[in-house]
Design a protein around this ligand. Sequence first.
Ligand SMILES: C[S@@+](CC[C@H](N)C(=O)[O-])C[C@H]1O[C@@H](n2cnc3c(N)ncnc32)[C@H](O)[C@@H]1O
Length: 379
Amino acid sequence: MTDVPALRERLVDVLRDDGGLTRDDVIQAFATVPRELFLADGFHLGEAGFLRPGDDGFLAAAYRNDALVTKFDDGRPVSSSSQPSLMALMIEALGVAPGMRVLEIGAGTGYNAALMAHIGAAVTSVDVQPDVAARAAAALDRAGVTGARVRVGDGYLGEPSGAPYDRVIVTVGITGVSPHWLAQLVPGGLMLAPVAHAGNNPVLRVWTRPAAGRAEPGWPATDEVWADGICGAGFMAAAGPLAARYPWAHPDPLRVPDGVTPSVQIPPRWKQPLDGLSYHDLWFAVGAWDRRTTSGPFDGGSGCVLADDTRAGGAAIRADGSVIAAGAHAAAFANDAGILLDRWLDAGRPGIERWRAPLVLAGDPAAPIYVPREWSLFA
Ligand SMILES: C[S@@+](CC[C@H](N)C(=O)[O-])C[C@H]1O[C@@H](n2cnc3c(N)ncnc32)[C@H](O)[C@@H]1O
């Protein structure tokens, strides 16, 4: 199909029906901003391979509710246009409104910046890769967007020239939040960021409140920094200090060698497997309670695992509540996974949005980041 307005309408229908998109101005933005202009150098889409403008299926794929990888480095994706339903959810959750100043970290294609500019925000978008930033700026020009500008740099530093911002939106996976963003945010401003947790990058809402006299070493912090869960998500990892590891971080996602045979199996708990959203709720909770939690490959996909120290064994929790375990401590890991499953059920199957954590400074001492410390249920 090459009827672009119809493709856009169809995407909007999908976002409304499946993605929970409700706000008229956000719907208008998706119905108007030409995503294909932000994909002018082509993109990679699974089995379809690399599609360029003019290729069969380019336009139809550009308007699917999919993340589209636009740049690889050594076979690793390093830039993309995020999944539209996730962009819609983040823009709505952030309450982006006309007249607001918005800082975006991760310009990528520029499409998300264009959507927010269409709503009437003044967007400053930062990307660490000069060629990516240049292409985003050219695309914004091509699309006639005047409300968004692109800057090259490490997003860790934010962009002081546009501060203060009413909103900060981070569209790249980070392990913690830059103190510079908090310093560049107006009091009471909102920030959304996909912060690493248990092998995923769930989107968190980050907020501050006046501290009762606590100050972080090295920063004149007068506020406590907190995060609430918003939704499950996956994002490519950021470059630089935003991706620093810290001592109590979950293990990196596992690449379990092929052919690991489970030695312990616990049968399913539910006839009907959890749907994707509920499974991510369970996964988040397991990660909040157990620092060994990460993402690991099993059953032909990836899911929630407790990793042992060798990273080749541990326990995997399936969507039907069954557990498979392997390695020298398989029985103990399977038992722990069962206890965590019980705990989630006893807590009433809490969703991601019911979790809250204080953030503390960690990472590179020369460029620290605020990372979640201890998650607890708050609602
Ligand atoms: C998923 S893409 C962003 C999608 C984008 N918002 C869009 O609408 O197309 C992530 C981007 O983050 C950028 N990035 C990675 N690390 C960064 C950093 N430290 N500072 C700024 N940008 C970074 C990458 O170059 C990449 O282009």
